[in-house]
Design a protein around this ligand. Structure first.
Ligand code: KG4
Length: 320
C-alpha cells in the first residue's frame, strides 16, 4: 500500500484535536483547549461536550489546511472510541462517522491509550500497561482511586492554585526543596492509590496553617517540590516493580503528567540505573492530541481493521 493519509479526531476529555498523518508521518496536529473549565476548578463533562461541538469543525478544517489537503485526498478517518467522557466521545465519534459516511471512507476506531507504553499518567488514567504489539495491550496495574494528574491537580487546589495545577506544581517545585514528607500509599502489587497522599497533604496544611496562616504562601516552592516528589516516588516504585516482574527493559512514559520535569528526570535516572531503554514522547504529544489517534489509525488501516457505524464510544478504560 503506497499512500495512506489518515485524518484523526480526538475528543476524549477537554481538548478538541485533529491531526493528519501521511504514511505514518504527522502533517498537522491541531489542539483546541477549553478555558470554560477554569472557573469550576475541574472538567465539567456537559460543558466539555458543548465546547467540542463548537470546536470540532474549525479544528478539523485547520488540520486539513495545515496539511494542505482536501477531504477527498484522505484514505480513512480515525477517531477516539474509548476511553473518556461519554458526551465528549459522542461528539468526536459522531463527527468522524459522518465524515466517513459522507466521503465514503473507512472508519477506524482507536482506543486512545493504545500507543506502545508502559506507564501512562494523565488527568484520568494511571496505568502500567504491557504492550505486546499495537493491538495487544494488557493492563498490569492501575489506580484504585485518583489518577496521577488528579493527584497533582487536587493537591494544587489545596494550595490555592488554579486548575490545572499540575504544571504549576512542576514550575514551583523547580526552585523548591522536597523537605516535607506525606503518607506513602501501601498498596500491594502494581496498582496505585493517590487519595491517601492527598488527605495527608490536607491534614498537614491544616495543622501548619493553624500556627501560621501564611504557611502556604511562604513555603509554596518547598510544598510543591514535596508533593511532586511524593507522587513521583509512588509512580517510580511501581514501575520498577513492573520491570522486575516482567523482565521488560523497554519502557515508555506517556500521558499529560509525563510533561512533568521531575517525573521525566526520575524516569530517565531510574532507567539508566537499571539499564532500561526509555522513551518519552515530545512535549506536544504528552497531553491529549489526535496525533496518537492518527498513528494508531494508520496501523489499523494497514491491517484493514475498520469499524462499522454501529460501534459505540465507551467511557471505560478496559479494552472491549
Ligand atoms: O493526558 P492529559 O492531557 O489528559 C487528560 O485530560 O486526562 O493530562 C492532563 C493532566 C492534568 O491533570 C494536568 O495537571 C497534568 O496532566 N499535567 C501535569 C503537567 N502538565 C500536565 N502534571 C504535572 N506536571 C506537569 N508539568
Amino acid at each position: 500500500m503506497s499512500d495512506v493519509t489518515i485524518l484523526a479526531i480526538e475528543s476524549s476529555c477537554d481538548e478538541t484535536s485533529a491531526a493528519v498523518c501521511h504514511n505514518g508521518k504527522m502533517l498537522s496536529n491541531v489542539v483546541a483547549g477549553q478555558a470554560i473549565h477554569e472557573q469550576y476548578g475541574g472538567v465539567v463533562p456537559e460543558l466539555a461536550s458543548r465546547a467540542h461541538m463548537q470546536n470540532i469543525l474549525p479544528v478539523v478544517d485547520s488540520a486539513l489546511r495545515k496539511a494542505n489537503l482536501s477531504p477527498e485526498q484522505l484514505s480513512g478517518i480515525a477517531y477516539t472510541q474509548a476511553p473518556g467522557l461519554i458526551g465528549a466521545l459522542i461528539v468526536g465519534s459522531s463527527f468522524a462517522k459522518s465524515l466517513a459516511l459522507g466521503l465514503n471512507l473507512p472508519l477506524i476506531s482507536v482506543h486512545h491509550m493504545q500507543p506502545f507504553l508502559c506507564l501512562t499518567v494523565s488527568g484520568g488514567h494511571t496505568q502500567i500497561v504491557l504492550a505486546e504489539s499495537p493491538n495487544q495491550l494488557k493492563i498490569l496495574g492501575e489506580t484504585l482511586d485518583d489518577a496521577a494528574g488528579e493527584a497533582f491537580d487536587k493537591s494544587a487546589k489545596l494550595l490555592g492554585l488554579p486548575y490545572p495545577g499540575g504544571p504549576l506544581i512542576d514550575k514551583f517545585a523547580q526552585s523548591g526543596n522536597p523537605k516535607y514528607s506525606f503518607a506513602e500509599p501501601n498498596i500491594p502489587g502494581l496498582d496505585f492509590s493517590f487519595s491517601g497522599i492527598k488527605t495527608s497533604i490536607l491534614y498537614f496544611l491544616q495543622k501548619q496553617q493553624k500556627e501560621n496562616p501564611d504557611f502556604i504562601k511562604e513555603n509554596i516552592h518547598n510544598l510543591c517540590a514535596s508533593i511532586q516528589q511524593a507522587i513521583i516516588k509512588t509512580l517510580m516504585k511501581k514501575l520498577k516493580r513492573a520491570a522486575e516482574q516482567t523482565g521488560i527493559r523497554r519502557i515508555c512514559l506517556a500521558g499529560g503528567v509525563s510533561a512533568n520535569s521531575g517525573l521525566r528526570k526520575s524516569f530517565i535516572e531510574l532507567g539508566s540505573k537499571h539499564g532500561w531503554e526509555t522513551f518519552i514522547p515530545a512535549f506536544e504529544y504528552c497531553t491529549d492530541n489526535a496525533a496518537m489517534i492518527a498513528i494508531t489509525g494508520y496501523y489499523k488501516f494497514l491491517e484493514g481493521e475498520f469499524s462499522g457505524l454501529d460501534v459505540s464510544p465507551s467511557a471505560r478504560a478496559a479494552w472491549e
